[in-house]
Write a protein that binds this ligand. Structure first.
Ligand code: AMP
Ligand code: ZN
Ligand code: FE
Ligand code: FE
Length: 292
């Protein structure tokens, strides 16, 4: 019963993926997966559509979210089994959306100052009503021939410290984890490699601190991890008694090299990982799991 492969890190058009929640569910099913988690940036707008598509099509869907926390590197907190109806979560995510709305026109302005003819309306159209992220800016820049691909858009303009980079306000790590926990969910540290912490002792200390805030898991299996990184994150999880999770960060055509459930070269994330997540949620009687 606990056999099969899963992907616990998937984006849809609700943020910067290119497939609608329903399309992602169909794609996952056709790719032979047994379950996926929908983890859009700072939004749960795709969750209900994915949950009903999952029921119809026969794929287990985990409601989730990926929150960008305030940290010098990139700290993303995944929230699994959050209750989509939770009022605190909804208002927290609405605030994060406002932070983006403050940032996005400033990026467009900077690009124009750099001589690129790009308006915020074009970018909003590229986002199709979903949460606007930098990949949508990159898509417009590509369509207009300013860059060859998304990578070049980040390297030349949009990446941290590049000329069109604008820092957006974010929740602290503690607040991000708290938002997930308050909504009955399980908070997990996404892709620890992007924290950009090269000193293992510092990484250990940081994880210890996050556990004090309520962190319950680490994304050990991830698309671009080296075997050493996977081992390192696995032993961190063991040391702090954390759940082990895994996902590809599937974004559809926005990251064409990443295949759902597989990543770049044959990730195989076992259903057992999800079984343990659910078991933990049930033991703790988390509201997010009670509603499913
Ligand atoms: P935002 O949430 O608007 O700040 O944009 C974050 C998104 O940009 C995430 O999906 C990242 O994976 C993506 N991203 C960040 N850096 C790069 C990069 N160098 N190349 C491609 N995508 C990137
Ligand atoms: Zn993304
Ligand atoms: Fe992320
Ligand atoms: Fe992601």
């Amino acid at each position: 019963m606990n056999e099969g492969l899963i992907d616990l890190h998937v984006h849809t058009t609700a943020s910067d993926g290119t497939m609608t929640p329903e399309e992602v569910v169909i794609h996952a099913r056709e790719s032979g997966l047994k379950a996926i988690a929908i983890t859009d940036h700072d939004t749960i707008d795709g969750v209900n559509e994915a949950l009903s598509a999952g029921l119809r099509i026969g794929l287990e869907v985990v409601p989730g979210v990926e929150i960008s926390a305030d940290f010098p590197g990139e700290m993303h907190i995944l929230g699994y089994f959050i209750d989509p109806a939770d009022a605190k979560l909804r208002s927290g995510l609405a605030m994060l959306r406002r932070y983006r709305e403050e940032r996005n026109p400033k990026i467009a302005q900077k690009l124009r100052e750099l001589g690129l003819d790009i308006s915020i309306n074009e970018v909003a159209r590229a986002a199709g009503g979903g949460v606007i992220g930098r990949p949508h800016f990159a898509a417009v820049m590509m369509a207009k021939g300013y860059v060859r691909d998304i990578g070049e858009a980040f390297e030349k303009y949009l990446g941290t410290g590049r000329p069109a980079y604008v820092k957006k306000e974010r929740l602290s790590p503690c607040e991000s984890i708290g938002l997930v926990t308050a909504a009955g969910g399980i908070a997990v540290l996404a892709h620890p490699k992007f924290l950009q912490i090269s000193d293992d002792r510092l990484l250990d200390q940081l994880v210890k601190e996050l556990v004090e805030y309520g962190l319950r898991g680490i994304e050990v299996y991830y698309t671009s991890n080296t075997p050493e990184e996977t081992r390192k994150y696995f032993s961190l999880a063991s040391r702090y008694n954390l759940l082990v999770t895994g996902g590809t960060d599937f974004h559809g055509a926005n990251k064409p090299e990443i295949r759902i459930g597989r990543g770049e070269e044959g990730l195989a994330i076992q259903y057992d990982i999800l079984a343990k997540l659910k078991e933990y949620g049930r033991t703790k009687n988390l509201t997010g799991l009670r509603n499913l």
